[in-house]
Design a protein around this ligand. Structure first.
Ligand code: NAD
Length: 500
């Protein structure tokens, strides 16, 4: 297993990097603490990886893709190993979910749901591995046979955020492995344990050494080394837009391919013709589920003015009734905030909103449930140009904005730099389609919210990112297309100075 039998009372679990199929100490001998945000205590230590560790991991990944068994394995055989990974995650879902809760404090009900669903990515992309076909092009030039093939892009560097560590591994690594790539993962320094536990399962599944590697550590150290590494061909990143933009610039220096899954300020829009029970529940799920620590949070609630008072009243009642506490208990609705910087950021934004003139109608500060808890908070009378409406808080803080008609809802909904997701609540089918078309967001949910699937492309428009994860197309994020031309003629060559 990934854990060290020599654990101490202060560090009940000790993890090591996973490189070339083995758990190894960090080259620099340095470690970081991993803290349980609910108990507010250190529960594990993880390697503080450095450029030397990244170098070792990238070399192993490169070997796996060139001379190792992975390179020679048929796509069907690759798919079988991937399906075994899915089976092992399914068998270990409860254990892995509990580790994620320990690290990020999100609800066990949420993390267990994610872990039980996680195997589907391995089944789906495992099944896709041997269906990546090129095509014969009915080329317009005489005496030529032309076809395309798809080749793995190369070694992939995957950088992940702390809110759903293993779901991000599935979203990134399942399509990457289906494409024939090998990966080096640098998980969030706040939540690395589950990724290292998952690494042990890849070995148990029979994934050849070097195909899946994990180097933990800080973004500015191990993360930056991965982005800079000359033998990494592609970076796939989930995290904040500030880090994403830095990585995009840095990756350009070595012309790496880049996929970015970044932040959002998603509008959740309730029309007066909506089923209000469903809409209010959708608004709560949009902002208070996962303590608001989700990229798809419906953090701007746009409510038609004719029903604004009623919706607001019902939301306040639900926010006040939410059970805050131990994330392991099934009856808990809201757990702690994952990291101390995030906790401070949320409280800062609450003060910013008050100073901007937004009207606080629920919550508004720390909760007495424990050291890292914030009350579910609602502001109304928010203007869309306020910072609370424009900037991602990543916490349980809702901004309610009124609108009069559909055109105004579209204008306000789109008036942010982000474009990750949007929700629409209406019983008018024509309006549902018009809104789905008009909103500039990678995902639009109508009469539902926070639905995701391995089959459905997910990603952002505008500053919310680049590329798509999940769905058949995701595998092409990890492939290069090669066009092959074969001259079938024996005739003498024509004029060499003109384009054929
Ligand atoms: P973050 O940007 O701080 O960190 C993400 C990862 O990047 C971590 O592994 C971190 O160590 C690494 N990193 C940080 N600086 C780096 C650098 N200079 N070079 C290389 N790597 C570096 O994000 P976070 O706080 O972990 O996550 C929260 C953010 O993630 C939110 O903005 C949220 O919206 C976003 N997010 C997006 C999605 C999505 O799919 N669109 C999903 C979840 C979270």
């Amino acid at each position: 297993m990934a854990t060290d039998p020599a654990r101490t009372a202060a560090h009940p679990a000790v993890y090591r990097n996973f490189i070339d199929g083995a758990f190894v100490d960090p080259a620099g001998g340095a470690w970081l603490d991993s803290t349980d945000p609910y108990r507010n205590e250190v529960w594990a230590r993880i390697p503080r990886g450095s450029a030397a560790d990244v170098d070792r991991a990238v070399a192993a990944a490169r070997r796996a893709m060139t001379t190792g068994p992975w390179a020679g394995m048929s796509p069907s055989a690759r798919g079988k190993v991937m399906r075994r990974i899915g089976d092992l995650v399914a068998a270990n879902a409860e254990r892995l979910a509990a580790i994620e809760v320990r690290d990020n404090g999100k609800l066990m009900t949420e993390m267990l749901g994610q872990l039980r669903y996680h195997p589907e990515w391995w089944y789906y992309f495992g099944g896709l591995a041997d269906k990546i076909e090129g095509g014969v092009v009915p080329i317009d030039k005489p005496d030529h046979f032309a076809f395309t093939t798809h080749e793995p892009v190369g070694v992939v560097g995957a950088l992940t955020a702390w809110n759903s560590p293993l779901i991000f591994i599935a979203w990134k690594c399942a399509p990457a492995l289906a494409a024939g790539c090998a990966v080096v993962v640098k998980p969030s320094e706040f939540t690395s344990a589950s990724t290292l536990e998952f690494a042990a399962l890849t070995r148990e599944a029979g994934l050849p050494d070097g195909v899946f590697n994990v180097v933990t550590g800080l973004g500015a150290e191990a993360g930056a080394a991965l982005v800079d590494h000359p033998d990494v061909a592609k970076i796939t990143f989930t995290g904040s837009d500030a880090t994403g933009k830095r990585i995009y610039q840095q990756a350009a220096k070595s012309m790496k391919r880049v996929s970015l899954e970044l932040g959002g300020k998603s509008p959740n829009i309730i029309f007066e013709d909506a089923d209000l029970d469903a809409a209010v529940a959708g608004a709560v799920s949009g902002i208070f589920a996962a303590t608001g620590q989700t990229c798809i949070a419906g953090s701007r609630l746009l409510v038609q003015n004719s029903i604004r008072a009623e919706v607001t009243e019902r939301l306040v009642e639900m926010a006040r009734g939410a059970r805050i506490g131990d994330p392991m208990l099934p009856e808990t609705n809201i757990g702690p905030v994952t990291t101390p910087p995030q906790y401070r950021k949320i409280l800062d934004y609450i003060e910013i909103a008050k100073a901007e003139g937004a009207r606080l109608i629920a919550g508004g500060g720390p909760s007495d449930a424990g050291p890292n808890f914030v009350q579910p908070t609602i502001f109304t009378d928010v203007r869309n140009d306020m910072r609370i409406a424009q900037e991602e808080v990543f916490g349980p803080v809702l901004a309610i904005i009124g609108f009069d008609d559909e055109a105004e809802a579209v204008r306000i909904g789109n008036d942010v730099i982000y474009g990750l997701a949007a929700g629409v609540w209406t019983q008018n089918i024509g309006r549902a389609h018009r809104m789905a078309r008009a909103l500039r967001a990678g995902t639009v949910w109508v009469n539902t919210y926070r639905a995701v699937s391995y089959m459905m492309p997910f990603g952002g428009m505008k500053h919310s990112g680049l590329g798509r994860e999940s769905g058949i197309g995701a595998v092409h994020e990890y492939l290069e297309t090669k066009s092959v031309w074969i001259n079938t003629s024996d005739a003498a060559p024509g004029n060499p100075f003109v384009l054929r």
